[in-house]
Design a protein around this ligand. Structure first.
Ligand SMILES: C[S@@+](CC[C@H](N)C(=O)[O-])C[C@H]1O[C@@H](n2cnc3c(N)ncnc32)[C@H](O)[C@@H]1O
Length: 189
């Protein structure tokens, strides 16, 4: 991710206010079909921590982000939680996980960065590990609030992930408008 948004105190406070109404329960319900409760789950790009709070009631959820400001917020709000400073491209950790979850994070990666990330995700997951990621649906890319945004289709996601993951679910859903988003759930090959 290039750009300062998510990195400054002001923009992080703004994002937390804007994302207050975001409800990801539909994604987490789908994940529960494939990943057993109490599994060790890494969340990438936890941001405000809304999803992490729900995930942590079901799983042994470890949150993460590459923004020091978001990590400060996550730790202050959840003093007993575990949060790692991780970039989704490199995932520099020796820990291994049963599952990995991200909600609207990897659209900030260029295609070459996404390819690196998928390889690393495969490495840090245990055998048969599950991934559950959401993306904005569309074609091409743009800069929004100074951040790179890469849109995906079901076809482009399948092409990117299928070498390392068996695709278990790939479906469009509504975040703000009908079919503006895509959910991908996969199992480590
Ligand atoms: C759109 S927000 C989504 C946050 C949260 N998942 C939600 O649904 O509210 C994107 C989050 O991903 C984080 N992020 C962006 N690029 C990242 C990267 N390369 N590695 C890890 N986290 C990243 C940002 O700091 C931010 O917290």
């Amino acid at each position: 991710m290039k750009g300062e948004y998510y990195m400054t105190k002001e923009s992080v406070e703004e994002y937390i206010k804007l994302a207050k109404e975001v409800n990801s329960l539909q994604l987490i319900e789908k994940l529960k079909t494939y990943l057993t409760p109490n599994s060790v789950l890494l969340e990438i790009g936890s941001g405000p921590g809304t999803d992490w709070k729900v995930l942590n009631t079901i799983y042994e959820a470890i949150g993460s982000d590459n923004s020091a400001e978001f990590l400060k917020h996550l730790t202050n709000e959840n003093p007993t939680g575990e949060f790692l400073n991780l970039d989704v491209i490199t995932l520099s950790t020796d820990k291994k996980f049963d599952g990995m979850y991200s909600n609207k994070v990897m659209h900030h990666l260029k295609n070459s960065e996404l390819a690196k990330s998928i390889h690393r995700q495969h490495n840090v997951l245990k055998a048969n590990g599950i991934i559950c990621h959401s993306f904005w649906k569309g074609e091409g890319s743009e800069i929004f609030k100074g951040l790179f945004v890469n849109y995906h289709t079901k076809t482009s996601l399948k092409e990117n992930f299928q070498e390392y993951f068996e695709i278990l679910l790939l479906e469009e859903y509504k975040e703000f408008e009908e079919y503006d988003s895509i959910l991908l759930i996969g199992k480590k090959k």
